[in-house]
Design a protein around this ligand. Structure first.
Ligand code: F6R
Length: 505
């Protein structure tokens, strides 16, 4: 079980949609198991958005829903047929005949169940099953006590489930609790636990306090029919995405892995980037931020606070005929102009290590200076030169930043995301990165404008050309070499890439 804890429902939905989309990009004829209820609505909204932005194509996708109320009209607003149509199917290009939901009525529930199982089998089996979880630990409508080898069957709804779901029966909302539940269906037809466990991958989502107990029992308790979701502990590829409220009773500290699996490469477009975060970009010299990650910063600054910590003055980069003081001024002004274009705020550290020979004490001062800024900014995400970057100024800047992160964590706790970047002077090897940020012409234009403002530098070395070429090169070689399944149906990611290695500390 891979447990990922994120802040809130919005982040659960964002992470979940990235998970589903990367499966879809790898396999355009994905067989997708779907759930209903409040939890997956955010995921479905994101999938619709991806479809509208031409990042997702559902024309070859097949779906199988977990369950349906028994005896209800499939046209009724409370039915899961209606739910799926209005929350997803009518807004994407899925073929009606490729969607499967257990019937709400049939002469024989047993035959209906067998037919449903046969259809799943004929489709080649479910590649990815999305699940929610009931506050009593149910998945699908497999209530506590359901046998682990159950198949699609008619299930009696527990009292807890009937109470929880009576809120969706809008027509009964204004009447008393007793009546409300008494008008709710008493049964549902649902995939069995055996059916669910046969899906190749599982993605369970949970959000909110009322799920916290069931989530803790499912993930950390014994595997038991008392908590049906606990069976997922036996699945070989189950991912659980929780928000902080739903994760409340978990004993282990799940250090929110940023990726779904080691070895995966995640592709992020502008909609997938973090939001509402405080971000510090460690720029060893005044021009490194724009050259290395100007595209990513341009996009991040729209929804986040982005500070560029310019670690050194960079006065040694020749500007002929000027004094050191004048050069520093020129370079810092260039960085300030750049920050207007990128939407960032530049902070000038003027680190002393830049001039030091024996610098242990001096580095301590530099760490202190950066730490003071961290105290004000309270960063969530730090961008750093990558580990293999051997340029001394980059290397020390990285070390200073990492020591600072360590010290900050000792005082305040918490988890940082570290995004290591590459640049024309230190490119990632084939397996050094795990994340791609893709963008189009508009963003590239902004990046190039920012770099062009670093006049003193591009006059001596064409970093602008190098940066542009690297973005183009990455976009043309990375998919073939490192990513699976990008064929003729590749969605429209954008023409340029910047690469990162993301980890958390
Ligand atoms: C829905 C389903 C149920 C729900 C669960 C949580 O198809 O099978 O297991 O996932 O009851 O419902 P919400 O998300 O409404 O809290």
């Amino acid at each position: 079980m891979r447990v990922i804890v994120v802040k809130n429902y919005e982040e659960v939905s964002a992470k979940a949609s990235r998970f589903v989309l990367s499966e879809l990009w790898r396999k355009p004829n994905l067989v997708l198991g779907l759930a209903t209820g409040a939890t997956p609505i955010g995921l479905y909204k994101n999938l619709i958005k991806a479809y509208k932005e031409k990042r997702a194509d559902f024309s070859d996708v097949k779906t199988f829903n977990l369950d349906e109320y028994w005896g209800i009209s499939e046209k009724a607003k409370e039915s899961y047929h209606y739910f799926m149509k209005s929350n997803l199917f009518s807004q994407i290009n899925i073929k009606r005949e490729n969607t499967n939901i257990p019937p709400s009525k049939s002469e024989s529930a047993e035959i209906a169940g067998e037919n449903f199982e046969r259809d799943i089998k004929q489709s080649g089996g479910i590649d990815l099953q999305v699940l929610g979880i009931g506050s009593n630990g149910h998945i699908g409508f497999c209530e506590p006590g359901t046998s682990f080898d159950s198949r699609t069957h008619l299930a009696k709804l527990s009292e807890e489930t009937r109470v929880a779901n009576s809120k969706y029966f809008s027509s009964f909302n204004k009447i008393g609790f007793e009546k409300k539940t008494s008008q709710m269906p008493t049964h549902a037809i649902t995939m069995g636990l055996g059916t669910i466990m046969e899906a190749k991958k599982i993605l369970l989502l949970a959000s909110g306090k009322n799920k916290a107990k069931a989530v803790a029992e499912a993930i950390e308790g014994p595997v038991s029919t008392r908590v049906p979701a606990s069976i997922l502990q036996w699945h070989s590829d189950a991912t659980i995405i929780l928000d902080e409220e739903a994760a409340f009773y978990l004993k282990s500290n799940y250090k929110s892995p940023l990726l779904f699996a080691e070895g995966d490469i995640e592709l992020l477009t502008k909609n997938d980037l973090p939001r509402k975060k405080s971000i510090v970009v460690i720029s060893p010299h005044p021009d490194d931020a724009s050259i290395s990650l100007g595209g990513t910063i341009s996009m991040l600054s729209k929804n986040n606070k982005v500070f560029v910590a310019v670690m050194t003055t960079g006065y040694r980069s020749v500007v002929s005929g000027k004094s050191i003081h004048e050069i520093i001024k020129i370079r810092e002004n260039e960085a300030k102009d750049e920050s207007k274009v990128l939407g960032t705020k530049a902070i000038f550290l003027r680190s002393e290590f830049y001039d030091a020979k024996n610098f242990e004490d001096i580095v301590k001062n530099d760490i202190k200076k950066l730490l003071n800024n961290f105290e004000k900014i309270k960063p969530d995400i730090i961008f750093l030169p990558n580990k293999k970057d051997s340029h001394p100024t980059h290397k020390i800047s990285r070390d200073v930043a990492l020591s600072c992160v360590e010290k900050y964590k000792k005082i305040h706790g918490g988890v940082f995301e570290i995004w290591e970047f590459e640049g024309p002077w230190s490119m990632f090897g084939e397996r050094d990165f795990n994340t791609i940020v893709a963008y189009g012409d508009d963003i590239l234009k902004n990046k190039m404008r920012a770099i062009s403002l670093q006049k003193s530098q591009i006059e001596r070395t064409r970093f602008d050309i190098a940066a542009k070429s690297l973005s183009q090169l990455r976009a043309s070689v990375v998919p073939e070499q490192a990513m699976v399944g990008y064929g003729a149906k590749s969605p429209n990611f954008g023409k340029y890439f910047e690469l990162f290695r993301i980890s958390s500390v």
